[in-house]
Design a protein around this ligand. Structure first.
Ligand code: HMG
Length: 382
């Protein structure tokens, strides 16, 4: 073996390239630039640029709930349903639709019954492979959700005491007590329950949150019966260092295939955090169309990471999502127009600018295949 191949071989072994099937890989060096180009021996592209990435990622779209809950202007139920319809048509398999919370606390979600009844009627009797979960904070919310025929709910706890108090008006311990009857009601009605842990890196009232408390609460929610835990950086203060420390600690107590990540983009770290998380094996990512969002009880925190930005990155990494970026982008444009606000997705804005300048010209200059394909679609659809 040449010295170059031998040093590459040990480097790749360190990175556990064996998982990809070492024998099927052929390596060529482009001597001058010293870059390694990987190809499968059958000529196909490698699954992804890094052996540590999952083959596919499930996107949990939270725009209609997390994205809209903080909007000051009343959004009509019909507008919300139109947004959900467009998102569902893009190939998303999970679209969080609403929250059965108190209308006094979060007025924007007060049409939860109507939204959920409509969605459940739309998929009734079908084998539609799509889930429309709703947030529930307590048994009262759960009972209202059950009346609509809901098939999946999400309970939400906080790793910070102060945030728990502000957000759901009880301590962490009390919230777990409130969730117990929710879980048993879910069990007897065959409803899946997802669990959120908020403030996994920092809290707007208490500052830094320990990895220990995030792991403890995540495990408690799993033990209560949640099938998955979404780790929420509610105020978007994490970056890859703190995020990887937190995830590694949680992985000691909860299986990785039961974890999801939920990043807000306050410090512009969300995509880096997602890349870090998926390299640690997490294969479920929450995001919000057009980067809508913010929490009413976390002032100053910006929206969730934009679904379009996540899809743009994952497409380039060859990580499958089954979601059509063009359709999500158009759903984002629809809701931004209704809300009278600019699209918060950087990828959406860049692609739209290019599309406006003219598809053919942009295709020539597009740096990534994703750009060219997207612009073609946008030009055709506009
Ligand atoms: C949990 C409560 C209800 C406690 O609120 P409370 O005031 O302590 O509740 P209560 O039991 O004392 O009841 C007070 C009133 O609320 C009613 N009530 C009681 N429960 C419900 C219910 N489920 N639905 C509708 N109404 C309800 C109840 O019937 C009563 O009505 P009244 O007699 O005054 O007319 C309240 O604090 C609340 O609704 N909080 C929700 C806050 C919220 O939605 N926050 C945003 C979620 S985002 C988040 O948490 C982060 C996340 C998940 O996105 C992840 C991340 O970003 O990191």
């Amino acid at each position: 073996m040449s010295p170059q191949l031998s040093s590459l071989s040990s480097l790749c072994r360190r990175k556990q390239v064996a998982q990809l099937g070492w024998s099927t890989l052929r390596y060529c060096w482009s001597g001058s630039s010293n870059t390694c180009v990987r190809q499968f021996s059958n000529g196909a592209e490698p699954a992804s640029w890094s052996p540590n990435l999952p083959k596919s990622v499930r996107i949990v779209e939270v725009g209609p709930r997390d994205g809209l809950q903080n909007e000051p202007k009343r959004i009509e139920t019909a507008q919300k349903l139109e947004l959900i319809r467009r998102l569902a048509e893009s190939g998303l398999k999970t679209v969080e639709a609403t929250a059965f919370v108190s209308p006094k606390w979060v007025p924007q979600m007060s049409d939860h019954q109507e939204i959920m009844k409509h969605l459940m009627a739309a998929i009734e009797g079908s084998n539609a492979d799509i889930s429309f979960p709703a947030l529930v904070p307590n048994l009262k919310g759960m009972e209202a959700a059950v009346e609509t025929g809901v098939r999946e709910v999400a309970i939400f706890a906080s790793a910070s005491e102060a945030f728990s108090k502000k957000n759901i008006n009880c301590s962490i311990e009390e919230s777990l007590d409130r969730f117990k009857p929710v879980l048993s009601c879910a069990k007897s009605n065959g409803i899946k329950v997802r669990g959120y842990v908020s403030c996994v890196i920092g809290c707007p009232y208490e500052g830094r949150v320990s990895e220990e408390s995030v792991a403890k609460l995540s495990k408690q929610l799993i033990d209560l019966g949640c099938y998955e835990i979404s780790l929420g950086d509610t105020i978007g203060v994490g970056s890859p260092g703190s995020v990887s420390r937190m995830i590694r600690r949680v992985q000691q107590d909860v299986q990785t295939d039961k974890l999801a990540v939920h990043f807000h983009d306050t410090y512009g770290q969300a995509l880096a955090n997602i890349l870090t998380s998926i390299q640690l094996g997490v294969a479920v990512v929450d995001s919000s169309v057009a980067g809508l969002g913010g929490c009413p009880y976390a002032k100053g925190a910006t929206g969730n990471v934009a679904t379009e930005d996540v899809l743009y990155m994952l497409e380039d990494l060859n990580v499958e999502t089954g979601v059509d970026l063009g359709q999500v982008l158009q759903a984002g444009q629809y809701i931004c127009k209704e809300l009278g606000k600019e699209n918060g997705s950087r990828a959406a804005r860049a692609l739209l600018t290019k599309a406006e300048k003219g598809g053919a010209e942009s295709e020539k200059s597009a740096s990534a295949g994703t750009d060219a394909q997207m612009i073609k679609k946008l030009v055709l659809n506009n």
